[in-house]
Write a protein that binds this ligand. Structure first.
Ligand SMILES: Nc1nc2c(c(=O)[nH]1)N[C@@H](CN(C=O)c1ccc(C(=O)N[C@@H](CCC(=O)O)C(=O)O)cc1)CN2
Length: 291
């Protein structure tokens, strides 16, 4: 039997329709959700991802602003731009596209963004809230993965999840979100001895290493759910994931494709966070009017 495909593209379309409806309602209350994306440099992949964010924002009705600066921009200048938007009431979400040039400290930049506008969910305060299971802005790729698993009616509680990769953006938080859903979680990384012995125990295997075709059929348990987070561009120009799709298709019960899997859901969860932030801000305004 071949695996069912969990289409992030289709789920994203469905969620974007719901978000467009929520934005319509917010606009009737006089609130236009606003997203500011900051790009430093001309990284081609970043430019392409930002175009995706702009297209989704336009589809949903979110006001999108791009602040594009040269690679030579100083860290201080970037912090000042963030400070400006922290105080701008028309802006509900601030996102600094990663990676940043080497001379700019990612940590300082993330910490500068107001936690109330941190729609990437990368600020330590929001990460802490996520760790303890409080309502907050969740990092977009991990949140999108959880939505995709749930959309396929896959039970998470009690399952053994193996996460391959330990980045702050994807690997670490996706493990925490799935732990919060009562999974048993194991993390693997470059120093894990005998990787396939661990991955073969996974009921749900999440792969986020950024290496084309890193996971083969040998790593996958029969009927596992395989979530491929990799977006790798081959020399031929073709995109592929971290998992050999043809192998996984024969073994897994479900698999996410690349392209059209986790990527579109990352962008949709960003829009979800912007709408959530606009709603929070409308509620704060209402409370302050009532006082
Ligand atoms: N500030 C952030 N920077 C980065 C993040 C992030 O969440 N916040 N994640 C990644 C890049 N990323 C979003 O920014 C991202 C990656 C991939 C996709 C996507 O839709 N991929 C498509 C293929 C796109 C293509 O043709 O190249 C797919 O998988 O179908 C969206 C967003 C690093 N930086």
């Amino acid at each position: 039997m071949t695996a069912s495909i969990i289409s992030g593209k289709e789920l994203a379309q469905e969620k974007r329709k719901q978000l467009a409806q929520e934005v319509k309602e917010l606009k009737q209350q006089g609130v236009v959700p606003g997203l500011v994306v900051i790009l430093v440099g001309d990284h081609p992949a970043s430019i392409s991802y930002i175009k995706g964010k702009q297209k989704a924002s336009e589809e949903i009705g979110v006001a999108f602003t791009l602040e594009h600066f040269p690679e030579s921009m100083e860290e201080k200048e970037l912090l000042d731009v963030i400070e400006k938007y922290n105080h701008d009431e028309s802006c509900h979400g601030i996102l600094v596209q990663l990676p940043l040039p080497d001379h700019i400290q990612e940590k300082a930049v993330i910490e500068k963004i107001s936690p109330l506008k941190d729609v990437d969910g990368f600020h330590p305060l929001n990460i802490g809230q996520m760790m303890i299971g409080e309502d907050t802005f969740l990092p977009c790729t991990p949140a999108g993965i959880v939505e995709m698993i749930k959309s396929a009616n896959i039970e998470i509680a009690g399952k053994h999840v193996v996460v391959v990769g330990r980045s702050n953006i994807v690997g670490k938080p996706v493990g925490i979100l799935l732990l919060n859903e009562h999974a048993t979680v194991t993390y693997c990384h470059s120093r894990t001895p005998d990787l396939k012995e661990v991955t073969k125990q996974a009921d749900i295997l999440v792969v986020a290493v950024g290496r084309a075709n890193f996971i083969t059929g040998e790593h996958i348990k029969e009927n596992a759910v395989v979530i491929d987070v990799g977006v790798n561009r081959l020399e031929t120009g073709k995109l592929c994931g971290d998992v050999v799709f043809e192998d996984a298709k024969q073994i897994a019960s479900h698999i996410t494709p690349v392209p059209g899997g986790v990527g579109p859901m990352t962008i949709t969860m960003l829009a979800h966070n912007v709408v959530k932030s606009a709603r929070n801000s409308a509620e704060r305004l209402q409370v302050s009017k009532e006082l």
